[in-house]
Design a protein around this ligand. Structure first.
Ligand code: BES
Ligand code: MN
Ligand code: ZN
Length: 491
């Protein structure tokens, strides 16, 4: 946890001083701290390589003031003229990781030194807040040796007293990402569909987000035939969790956010290989990220309505599990021939999307670790987006992703896939094709269930998790698309 307070007279309060260091001294402006002009001194330190301006490089040295000495920590900003959002993300990520590693608990921040012409002051503040949470995330709930809780107090020295409230907005987004990460990291023997639902209910208990939970029996009785089919091979029965946030007039159509919440994907009878099965607890990242988006939207008090629908099930094997050749009736009333039990995500999403559409949303967005094919196409760090009747919105979302440094690219839905999803000898639809283009097939299957409603499908099988630690935080779940979507919702 980082606490931010504003200090607008520039007097020293802490033992540590933090400032941004650009390549060119004339970009630094005048550094005034405690009624001393430090500009020349900073330049001399840089000249003697005690501190470095390379983008993202953190340096630490001694700074002697008139009657006391301080630790000076600088954040390399490179060429301030071209400093953009992505670079700030990196610089601030490294800063907070450094502060935490060094165990620093209190510091003054000369915030004006981070402001460039490229990025609005508000945005700089937001990225600062975002990284104060996102970059230093740890998950050690199941370690005996837990890291001590990290507490840092920062005095934000700036004339602009509103900066702290802008920083807090970034903090909210960072905490929302970390909430999604916490759910995603939970082991699957603990985070079953029922437990996931309970935890979501507990989390939003004292908030303006309402939660409704449908259990396995209810889902069967109400005709959620596809979700029921996926879940029936496990003793941990499925759940549909509906989250409602109303920040606008009641008659404003909501934005629907749908999440794939497979708490474990063994593949079922179309069983995965032993290597393919590892990490399949992360098959609920789409759902976790939807929870994160709703957390952020509600805490930022966005003036919009949202309905979140999470389809949670465990894809397992028992005597009752679905098997290839089975036919099930979807909530839509259509029959689906199930040819591959590992293509379970599109099944639960089909029912969840059809259900979300009952709320008459202006648009449906769904998030799913849906296909290995999307990873094969775009690599491990890029989301594949598909539009069904949402050509304008997808452009806005792609632009939003770019603006917040998340990779997202569009893939098509064509008449080829429209034909293939109907290519069953016995039923209306089929959940699998043996041919190529499997990410497109899956996207077409899912969006089929929203009819004419604008719908954007996000296949986040790649970027939902990462194998490398970075300025965004440790390896593991990433909260993929939370900043992109929240940024888009705010516009
Ligand atoms: N959850 C997987 C997709 C996945 C694979 C996510 C790797 C993250 C990493 C999904 O349910 C799945 O098994 N998809 C199959 C579909 C196939 C059977 C058509 C796949 O992509 O192999
Ligand atoms: Mn699967
Ligand atoms: Zn899956």
């Amino acid at each position: 946890m980082v606490n931010f307070t504003n200090n607008n007279n520039g007097t020293a309060q802490a033992e540590v001083l933090i400032l941004g260091l650009p390549d060119h001294i004339n970009q630094l402006g005048t550094v005034n701290y405690n009624n001393e002009d430090l500009t020349q001194r900073i330049d001399t330190y840089r000249h003697h390589h005690l501190i470095h301006s390379t983008l993202g490089k953190i340096s630490s040295t001694l700074l002697s003031l008139e009657n006391e000495s301080k630790r000076l920590i600088t954040v390399g900003l490179g060429n301030l003229k071209s400093l953009n959002y992505a670079e700030l993300l990196k610089a601030f990520g490294h800063l907070f990781q450094f502060l935490k590693a060094e165990g620093i608990t209190n510091a003054d921040v000369l915030f004006e030194t981070f402001i460039s012409k490229e990025v609005a002051q508000k945005k700089v503040a937001e990225v600062f807040g975002l990284q104060s949470e996102q970059a230093i995330y740890v998950f050690d709930n199941y370690k005996s040796n837990k890291s001590a809780p990290y507490q840092l107090d920062l005095n934000i020295i700036s004339e602009n007293e509103n900066l702290v409230s802008e920083i807090e907005k970034g903090v909210i987004v960072g905490q929302s990402i970390n909430l999604a990460r916490d759910f995603s990291n939970m082991p699957p023997n603990i985070l079953t569909p029922a437990y996931f639902a309970e935890q979501i209910e507990d989390h939003f208990a004292e908030t303006k987000v309402d939660i409704d939970i449908k259990d396995g029996e209810t889902l069967l009785a109400e005709g959620f035939g596809l979700i029921h089919a996926v879940g029936k091979g496990s003793e941990n029965q499925p759940r549909v969790i509906t989250l409602t946030y109303n920040g606008a007039q009641n008659d404003t159509p909501p934005i629907a956010l749908v999440g794939k919440g497979i708490t474990y994907d063994s593949g079922g009878y179309s069983i995965k290989s032993k290597m393919g099965m590892q990490t399949m607890k992360f098959d609920m990242c789409g759902a976790a990220n939807v929870v994160g988006m709703i957390e952020a939207a509600s805490r930022l008090k966005l003036p919009i309505n949202i309905v979140g629908v999470i389809a949670s099930a465990e894809n397992m094997i028992n005597h009752n599990a679905m098997k290839p050749d089975d036919v099930f009736t979807a909530l839509s009333g259509e029959t689906v021939e199930m040819l591959n039990s590992d293509a379970e995500g599109r099944l639960v999403l089909g029912d969840a999307v059809f259900y979300a559409n009952q709320f008459k949303p202006s648009i449906i967005l769904d998030f799913a670790t849906l296909t290995g094919a999307a990873v094969a196409a775009l690599g491990e760090d890029k989301a594949a987006l598909f539009s069904s009747n949402a050509d304008k919105d997808i452009q806005d979302i792609l632009a939003s992703a770019k603006a917040v440094d998340e990779f997202a690219f569009e893939l098509p839905i064509t008449s080829t896939e429209q034909r293939l999803i109907r290519n069953s000898d016995v039923a209306d639809l089929v959940n699998h094709t043996n041919g190529q283009g499997k990410a497109l097939f899956a996207a077409t299957f899912v969006t089929h269930f929203s009819g004419e409603t604008p719908h954007i499908h996000f296949d986040i099988a790649g970027p939902a998790t990462t194998n490398v630690k970075s300025y965004r935080g440790p390896k593991g779940p990433t909260g993929s698309m939370i900043t992109t979507v929240v940024n888009w919702l705010r516009q």
